[in-house]
Design a protein around this ligand. Structure first.
Ligand SMILES: C[S@@+](CC[C@H](N)C(=O)[O-])C[C@H]1O[C@@H](n2cnc3c(N)ncnc32)[C@H](O)[C@@H]1O
Ligand code: SF4
Length: 364
């Protein structure tokens, strides 16, 4: 039984200079894409009631709500307990869009703000201003949305710690419930990869921004519940928590990943190939016992609460403390045990070194 779904909408009006996500600026494929998406959902979805549906991108808000709603209506939902999220770009919010949005079951909004600073927004190729982002949030509030998440990036070209502090200060004074923070990563495929900005800060400097943000947000009512995510009580993202608990999920649309508890797959990342055959997988792998154990450890340590020792012991028939004695000892200043002794978690310093620390838990 799969109760969580991710749907990828791979269209953006323009490409931001830091972004390597799968998205295309050619909207002539939209109709064909939605036909294939519909076929894929009809083929695989077994009518289970969904607890979460996440419509991400790309820029889902650049597509008509009618089209998005036709997809949402293909699913059954747990009416009292469902989280339906859409990613929205600030420049897509207007009165018409809002009134159409209100007629859907969408109850969680994720807005890509990145920064409120206009100079930075321009440099990174965003098509909105800081003022437009604030205005979009206020309009969503007026329309009754409470569950609003903002995405920010730190380490952007020309960004100073002062700029970033200002972004966070502005954010917490808005009527929002969730913040996701990402350190800038320049991956193959984005504009900045070939045209590296001169004035980027180092990873060590990024950690100064991260530390500041963690303390500031925690002080201001946003609990850090995951390495990059902060929320007010009651607003932790159910969709993402399912990922971090190694839950199963459908992934529909080009480049989407899915997991049924045993097999992990990724759909075709090439738009044309996906449109031609939405059933063909680009990759498909059966996870071994070791894969699943390593994943449970990595994802568990991403969360602030950490790895649940009892759960992992019974799920994998291990003695966690015995099996990983060496690693827990070696990284004891970064991995701590909670008061009740039933969770091991990474400290903030541990979060910053998580890639290095967690690779030591890999058995292969
Ligand atoms: C998949 S993107 C889609 C969101 C939406 N299209 C938007 O741009 O507003 C989700 C988030 O990932 C983050 N992101 C994308 N590329 C990034 C990069 N290279 N480094 C750090 N964060 C990145 C941004 O904060 C972005 O809002
Ligand atoms: S950051 Fe968002 S809007 Fe910009 S190109 Fe990537 S997916 Fe599109």
């Amino acid at each position: 039984m799969i109760n969580n779904t991710y749907i990828h909408i791979p269209f953006c009006h323009s490409k931001c200079k830091y972004c390597s996500f799968i998205s295309y600026c050619n909207y002539k494929y939209v109709d064909d894409y939605f036909k294939s998406l519909t076929k894929e959902i009809q083929h695989y979805y077994k009518s289970e009631s969904q607890k979460t549906l996440y419509i991400g991108g790309g820029t889902p808000s650049s597509i008509s709500i009618t089209k998005i709603n036709e997809i949402i209506d293909m699913f059954k939902f747990d009416e009292n307990d469902c989280e339906i999220t859409i990613e929205i770009n600030p420049n897509d919010i207007n009165e018409k869009y809002l009134s159409e949005l209100k007629s859907t079951k969408i109850n969680r909004i994720s807005i890509g703000v990145q920064s409120f600073n206009n100079d930075i927004l321009k440099i990174i190729g965003r098509k909105h201003t800081g003022f437009e982002a604030i205005n979009a949030i206020k309009k969503l509030n007026e329309a009754g949305y409470k569950n609003i998440s903002l995405d920010f990036i730190y380490g952007l070209p020309n960004q100073t710690l002062e700029n970033f502090k200002n972004d966070l200060k502005l954010a917490i004074n808005l009527d929002i419930s969730h913040i996701s923070l990402y350190g800038l990563k320049i991956d193959k495929g984005c504009y900045f990869y070939k045209h590296k900005p001169q004035n980027l800060i180092s990873e060590d400097e990024q950690s100064v921004y991260y530390n500041y943000a963690c303390s500031f947000l925690n002080k201001n009512g946003f609990k850090q519940y995951e390495i990059s995510n902060f929320a007010k009580d009651g607003y932790f993202s159910k969709h993402n928590i399912n990922y971090w608990h190694c839950g199963s999920y459908y992934g529909f649309g080009t480049a989407s990943c899915g997991y049924n508890g045993n097999i992990r797959y990724q759909n075709n990342t090439n738009l044309k190939k996906y449109i031609e055959n939405p059933f063909e997988k680009e990759t498909e792998e059966v996870l071994t016992y070791n894969d699943k154990l390593y994943e449970a450890i990595i994802l568990g340590f991403r969360m602030a609460c950490g790895v649940n020792v009892k759960k992992i012991n019974s799920q994998f028939n291990i003695d966690f403390e015995k099996k990983y004695k060496k690693q827990l000892e070696e990284y004891k200043s970064y991995i701590k045990k909670n008061k009740n002794g039933n969770y091991y978690y990474l400290t903030r310093k541990g979060f910053l070194l998580s890639n290095c620390i967690l690779s030591e838990f890999c058995d292969d």
